[in-house]
Design a protein around this ligand. Structure first.
Ligand code: ADP
Length: 453
C-alpha cells in the first residue's frame, strides 16, 4: 500500500532580509509579514529569521529579549558566536541574529548598499541555518527570499543534509531578478560552500561572466522556485531574466509565478490609525476629509475639493520609470491637478534630480515632492489621493497599486509584470466590466502615460 503523510501543521521557517514594519525597504518587507500572517492563520507554525540590524525599528517588536544560548557559525575558516534575540512582530515569532564578528555586519546604519553586502548575507544565511540545525527543530519548509538568503539552498543540500538535518524542503522566492548577488567564485568558500563543486555552468556559475551567482544557486538547489506574479514569471523566461532565462527554462518544471497580495489588516482604511478619518467603500466621506487633511499638512491649495490629487509612492530607481514619474508631475501641473510624490532614492543622481524638481515647484501650491521614507505619510497619501500612478519599466508584482485600490484610489499603471495581473483597463472591452479597475498603458513613453492620465 501507499503511506500518506499529511502535514496539517507545517513548520515554516522564513529567513529574509526585510520584514515590515521592523525592517522595511520595499515590498519584500510587506510580503514577509503578510505571507507569514496568512500562513499562520491557516494553522501553520511560521517563524521568521532576520539579521539584527542596528537601524531596525525596535519599537515594533514586542517582548524582544536575548536568548541564553549562543549559536556558533562558520565563516572564512573560523567559528563566530551569534547572539540570538527573539520577539514578536505582527503576531509572528521572529529570531534576530546578531553576529559577534569584528566586521559588525549589521551595524552599518542601513539595510543594504554596503561594499560587503555579499559577505554580510552569506554570513547571515549560514548563521540562520546553523540556528535551525542547533535548535533541533523539525522544519518542514524553509522559504528563502531573494539573493540575500539564496545561499541557504545550496548550503542546506550540500552541507546540512549530510549532517542528518534533512526533513525540510526548500522554497525560494525571487522578488526581483534585477538583484542576483554575484561575486568571484572563491568568495563562495566564505560560508563553507565548496567552490570547485559549485563553480560549474549547471550549478552556480553565472551564465554570462566568470563569477558565481547566488540566485542561480537557489534556482538549481531549491525544491520549488516562485516569483511574484504570473506575467513576471513569463517575462523572466526571456530578457526579464537578466541572464537567468536559460537556467529558469532548464528548471521550468519547478518554477511558477504566484501573485502577491497585501496585508489587508495593515492596509485597511476602515481601521487605519494614521488616517484623520477612517472610511470604507460604502462611505467615502472620510476620503474627502483625508484629502483635506493632507492638503493642509503639505500646504497644498484647498479651494477646490474636487481638484484631482495624483499620488505616487516609490523607491526612485530606474525600474520605476523615473522619467515617466517626472513627466507625470509636469503633466499634472499643466492639467491643473495636484500631485504628491513620496519617494527616496539610493542613487545619488536620481535623488538630486528630484530635489531639483522639488525646488522648481517650491512655490507651486499644487505640487509636492517629499523625498524620504515615511510610513505614516504613505498611509495618508493612499487615503487622500484620487488616482495613483505606477509607470514602471518592469514590475515583478508591485504592491502600491494594490494598496491604492484598497484605499479607493484609481491606479494608472504600465502594463507589465504584476501590474498586468492586477490592474485591468476601464476601456478594455475584451474583459468583463466588473473586473475593470483602473487605467493601463503599454508603451513606456510620455505619450502612453499622458493618454492614460
Ligand atoms: P518595491 O518592492 O520594488 O519597492 P513594491 O510596490 O512591491 O515595490 O512595494 C513598495 C512598498 O514600499 C509599499 O508598501 C510602499 O508603500 C512602500 N514605500 C515605497 N517608498 C516609500 C516611501 N518613500 N515611504 C514610505 N513607504 C514607501
Amino acid at each position: 500500500g501507499m503511506l500518506w503523510t499529511v502535514f496539517l501543521r507545517w513548520h515554516y521557517q522564513e529567513p529574509a532580509a526585510e520584514m515590515a514594519p521592523v525592517a522595511k525597504v520595499g515590498g519584500l518587507a510587506d510580503v514577509i509579514s503578510g505571507l507569514g500572517k496568512a500562513l499562520q492563520k491557516k494553522g501553520h507554525l511560521v517563524e521568521i529569521i532576520l539579521p539584527k540590524y542596528d537601524c531596525m525599528q525596535v519599537d515594533q517588536v514586542s517582548n524582544l529579549k536575548v536568548l541564553d544560548v549562543l549559536v556558533q557559525s562558520y565563516f572564512e575558516g573560523n567559528m563566530f558566536n551569534n547572539k540570538i534575540w527573539t520577539g514578536t512582530v505582527e503576531g509572528l515569532p521572529v529570531y534576530f541574529i546578531e553576529p559577534q564578528h569584528p566586521a559588525m555586519f549589521f551595524s552599518r546604519a542601513q539595510y543594504y548598499g554596503e561594499h560587503d553586502d555579499f559577505k554580510r548575507f552569506a554570513y547571515f544565511s549560514r548563521a540562520a541555518l546553523e540556528l535551525l540545525y542547533q535548535s533541533g527543530k523539525k522544519v518542514d519548509i524553509i522559504h528563502c527570499h531573494d539573493w540575500q538568503t539564496a545561499f541557504v539552498a545550496p548550503l542546506y543540500w550540500d552541507v546540512y543534509a549530510n549532517l542528518g538535518f534533512n526533513s525540510a524542503r526548500i522554497c525560494f522566492t525571487c522578488h526581483n531578478f534585477e538583484y542576483q548577488g554575484t561575486a568571484p567564485a572563491r568568495d563562495l568558500a566564505w560560508c563553507g560552500l565548496d567552490v570547485e563543486h559549485l563553480d560549474r555552468p549547471d550549478r552556480m556559475r553565472d551564465n554570462s561572466h566568470g563569477r558565481i551567482n547566488a540566485v542561480k544557486g537557489a534556482i538549481v538547489y531549491s525544491n520549488i522556485v516562485t516569483t511574484v506574479s504570473p506575467t513576471y514569471a513569463l517575462e523572466v523566461r526571456s530578457e526579464g531574466g537578466r541572464g537567468l532565462q536559460d537556467t529558469l527554462k532548464v528548471h521550468s518544471r519547478k518554477f511558477l509565478g504566484i501573485l502577491n497580495g497585501i496585508d489587508t489588516d495593515t492596509w485597511n482604511p476602515s481601521t487605519d490609525r494614521y488616517l484623520k478619518v477612517q472610511y470604507n467603500a460604502k462611505d467615502l466621506q472620510g476620503k474627502a476629509a483625508n484629502k483635506a487633511a493632507l492638503r493642509e499638512q503639505l500646504n497644498l491649495a484647498s479651494a477646490y475639493p474636487s481638484q484631482p490629487l495624483v499620488g505616487c509612492i516609490t523607491r526612485l530607481v530606474a525600474q520605476k520609470g523615473v522619467h515617466l514619474i517626472r513627466h507625470a508631475i509636469y503633466k499634472t501641473a499643466e492639467l491643473g491637478g495636484q500631485f504628491v510624490l513620496l519617494g527616496s532614492s539610493p542613487v545619488p543622481e536620481i535623488q538630486r534630480e528630484f530635489e531639483g524638481i522639488a525646488d522648481h515647484f517650491q512655490n507651486n501650491n499644487n505640487i509636492r515632492l517629499i523625498l524620504k521614507y515615511d510610513d505614516a505619510l504613505s498611509h495618508c497619501i493612499y487615503a487622500a489621493s484620487d488616482m495613483f500612478i505606477v509607470p514602471s519599466i518592469f514590475e515583478p508584482c508591485g504592491l502600491t497599486q494594490m494598496i491604492a485600490m484598497r484605499y479607493g484610489s484609481v491606479p494608472i499603471v504600465r502594463k507589465t509584470g504584476g501590474l498586468n495581473d492586477s490592474v485591468f483597463d476601464f476601456d478594455d472591452e475584451t474583459i468583463p466590466m466588473e473586473v475593470r479597475n483602473g487605467f493601463t498603458f503599454v508603451k513606456a513613453d510620455e505619450q502612453g502615460l499622458s493618454s492614460a492620465m
